[in-house]
Design a protein around this ligand. Structure first.
Ligand SMILES: Cc1ncc(C[n+]2csc(CCOP(=O)(O)OP(=O)(O)O)c2C)c(N)n1
Ligand SMILES: [Mg+2]
Length: 357
């Protein structure tokens, strides 16, 4: 296998036209399994986006286009390796066994986290950029103290890499040799700010300055992501210290359901990245190698349909959101400021009733 590239061009195994240097070296069932998770993730994402548009969810952050970066990496971890996602890692949640209903709870506003983080070794979605990176580092220090060989992973974006929290976490993880993998999906944008405008030196190069092992990978190539993550995780698990992976990908959709990306990026750019679609790429490989067992593809189509149906049914079964209750879980004991905000919000909600009269 070709050496992992840590500078210059991202490491790639599968070309956008589906060409793979040595297809026979790859078990077909591993390729199909990666493809299956990517297809399920894409279906989950499109259904959830549609549910938001129907007014069923407060917000949705699409993972469209980032399926390879997410699936390739999460499947390279052990199910017991603790993961700190940000808000877009829906593939990680699916692979870890979060059910469709649990997946939507936070986006519907019916709970702060739909699943049990300890049971699934998957933390709640974190919206405050990079806040979970020092948490992941601290968690990894606990793992180190306990002497187990668990590897902790934190997912974050190009924009989050500019936060002070991220940089403190990189430094402290390196200083303590904490068993943590920092996985950056450089999807080219922090909402409307292009990555090229907010950093002078690419993240994988900055990582070296902190003393982290670092890797640059084509984030739309699920096989390359899987291999690079496996390599990084082996190094961390065997006591080699923390690592950072920068996966170069593209946010094909909007930042969230509240965003209109046509306001700040060209169609030509989106079209160029559409030609790098991570799912189409694997489909081309499966076609070229004829790695479709009889009935397998139709079975997966049906599985995607079932996931969509489950999501819609689960969403419609949610009760109404207890808006007042939101204030109960902000702090252990209420403060005067919190009570004032609660009252202000209650009168804001009441103003809609007046409009309706
Ligand atoms: C500390 C903090 N500042 C600002 C925001 C508002 N915000 C939400 S997402 C986002 C952009 C993040 O971009 P990136 O880290 O590249 O992740 P992506 O959304 O592209 O996955 C910003 C500025 C926030 N959530 N937290
Ligand atoms: Mg980004």
């Amino acid at each position: 296998m070709q050496e992992f590239v840590t500078a210059g061009d991202p490491f790639r195994l599968l070309a956008p036209d589906g060409t793979l240097a040595d297809p026979q070296a790859w078990p077909a069932d591993l390729v199909r399994e990666q493809y299956r998770w990517m297809r399920l993730t894409r279906r989950l994402d499109s259904e959830a986006f549609a549910l938001q548009r129907h007014g069923e969810l407060g917000l949705w952050a699409p993972s469209l286009g980032q399926e390879a970066a997410q699936v390739g990496s999460i499947t390279a971890l052990r199910p017991t390796d603790y993961v700190f996602p940000s808000y877009r890692e829906h593939a990680a949640a699916l692979v870890r066994g979060v059910t469709p209903a649990q997946m939507l709870e936070q986006w519907r506003g019916v709970s702060g986290c739909g699943w049990d983080p300890a049971a699934l070794h998957l933390h709640a979605y974190t919206v405050v950029l990079a806040a979970h990176l020092p948490h992941a580092t601290g968690y990894a220090m606990g793992v180190q103290r306990d002497g187990t060989d668990e590897v902790v992973t934190a997912y974050f974006g190009d924009g989050a890499s500019s936060q002070g929290d991220a940089n403190e976490a990189f430094n402290w993880a390196a200083a303590c040799s904490a068993p943590v993998l920092f996985f950056c999906q450089n999807n080219q944008y922090a909402i409307s700010t292009p990555a090229r405008l907010q950093m002078r030196t690419p993240l994988h190069q900055r990582a070296r300055g902190f003393g982290l092992e670092s890797y640059l990978v084509d984030g739309n190539d699920v096989l390359a992501v899987h291999e690079v993550t496996k390599r990084a995780v082996e190094q961390i698990r065997s006591g080699g210290g923390p690592a950072l992976i920068e996966a170069v990908t593209y946010r094909m959709g909007a930042h969230t359901s509240s965003d209109d990306p046509t306001r700040y990026r060209d169609q030509a750019e989106s079209d160029a990245w559409a030609a790098q679609d991570p799912i189409v790429r694997v489909e081309k490989l499966l076609d070229a190698q004829d790695w479709w067992p009889d009935g397998w593809r139709a079975g997966l189509d049906a599985e995607c349909d079932r996931l969509g149906e489950e999501l819609r049914a689960a969403c419609q079964a949610f009760g109404t959101v207890d808006l007042d209750g939101l204030f109960d879980t902000v702090l252990g004991a209420p403060t005067a400021l919190l009570e004032a905000q609660r009252a202000e919000y209650a009168s804001f909600l009441a103003s809609f009733e007046e409009v309706g009269r």
